[in-house]
Design a protein around this ligand. Structure first.
Ligand code: UD1
Ligand code: UDP
Length: 357
């Protein structure tokens, strides 16, 4: 039998808790995991609730880094991670997605001479003004093993010369969505908020290009308040802060059902029964596709191109009229032919890691 591998997994932001949930469960079957939370997200509804509803083990370390500029936040994470890696001497470091926690984990592993694995590798928006794009590219190039969610991701990696250590495993977010669909339905979130299935839109906004830009945010708010539909909008803290700072909060909350960020089960429950989703999130575009909910994306490009090619995702940007037109007229009905795996991506990742022992 192979020796157990000691893995240090680095997470820090909401979507990473969700991605790590199934992987952590699988890798602990045969190996030891040290879970490190950088503290990038720290509000209870951005962090703790995900550990509860997804039954993720309590982190062994919380670096408590919090918010800051890119340089400050990433550097603080690297300082903390270097100490943890020196103390724990893991055999392997695992990072997820494309946040500052991802790049901090990747750079620190590489500088500490530790092999690195990247879950959700090979995603590209080909927009280098997105902080996440920088994080993805650098992390993929530092990795020893990359776990790609789709064939497109494998092709993107090959185009950059990354062909060794590439494993097409499927999408871990599809694993979680399948596992949690039933518990999410059983939550009764629609009743709690007085909603009728198929009769409301679900909105999320948090990309800096939208949330930090007054004009773009105002344009999105106008579409959501003028569309004449019931809109539910769990508001990310970055966006809440700016809606208030730009004087947009009162107009929004007068017409739209604004909520604090909700936990994963409530979010899936809201998403599955929405008439449409209006979002700039990466993960939410995919979840809409998984559950056959038309997605109106408030961006000009996407990493999840399959959802657009298959006709279920409309890239509309931030123009009020374009958003309103898509809310009214975007009604896809074709089959969903694109593969995000079979719901067993985490098992494949664990099997690859088992071989490292
Ligand atoms: C981060 C990721 C982004 C990801 C998103 C998921 C980077 C560069 N960005 O963006 O890729 O899509 O997480 O949600 O890593 N804040 C709070 N409480 C919290 C967390 C944040 O109030 O618990 C506020 C702070 O004002 C902070 C701002 O939100 O300055 C932004 O947080 P930050 O983690 O820097 O970036 P996100 O926009 O959350
Ligand atoms: N999500 C959630 N509660 C919310 C908003 C989103 O649980 O109030 C989940 C959603 O289901 C998805 C993930 O958070 O799985 C997406 O995270 P986010 O949009 O913050 O980041 P991105 O995917 O854009 O990096």
């Amino acid at each position: 039998m192979d020796a157990a591998v000691k893995i240090a997994s680095v997470v820090g932001a909401r979507p990473q808790f969700i991605k790590a949930a199934p992987v952590s469960r699988e890798i602990r079957e045969h190996n030891e995991e040290i879970l490190v939370h950088t503290g990038q997200h720290y509000d209870e509804n951005m962090s703790e609730v995900f550990f509860q509803v997804l039954e993720i083990p309590t982190p062994d370390y919380n670096l408590g880094v919090g918010s800051g500029s890119h340089a400050v936040q990433t550097a603080e994470m690297m300082k903390g991670l270097e100490e943890v890696f020196a103390k724990e001497r893991p055999d392997f470091v695992l990072v997820y997605g494309d946040t500052n926690s991802t790049i901090a984990g990747a750079l620190t592993a590489a500088k500490s001479g530790l092999p690195l694995g990247h879950v959700e590798a090979g995603l590209r928006s080909y927009n280098r003004t997105m902080p996440e794009e920088i994080n993805r590219v650098v992390t993929d190039h530092l990795s020893t093993v990359v776990f790609a969610p789709t064939e497109t991701a494998v092709e993107n990696l090959a185009r950059e010369g990354i062909t060794r250590g590439v494993h097409m495993v499927g999408d871990v977010m599809y694993d979680v969505a399948l596992q949690m669909a039933q518990p999410a339905r059983a939550r009764g979130v629609l009743k709690r908020h007085g909603l009728t299935a198929g009769d409301y839109l679900l909105a999320t906004v948090h990309r800096p290009s939208n949330a930090d830009d007054r004009e773009n945010l105002a344009s999105i708010v106008e579409a959501l308040t003028d569309c004449g539909r019931t809109v539910v909008f769990p508001v990310h803290p970055r966006t809440r802060k700016n809606l208030e700072a730009f004087g947009l909060w009162d107009a929004l909350s007068a017409k739209v059902k604004v909520l604090p960020p909700v936990d994963y089960l409530d979010f899936l429950g809201l998403l599955m029964d929405a008439a449409k989703v209006v979002t700039d999130s990466g993960g939410v575009q995919k979840e809409a596709y998984f559950f056959g909910v038309p997605c109106v994306t408030l961006r000009d490009e996407t990493e999840w191109i399959e959802t657009v090619e298959d006709g279920w995702n409309a890239l509309v940007g931030t123009d009020t009229e374009d958003i309103l037109h898509a809310i009214e007229h975007f009604n896809p009905s074709g089959t969903k032919s694109k593969s995000f795996g079979d719901g067993h991506a985490a098992e494949r990742i664990a099997a690859v890691i088992d071989q490292l022992g």
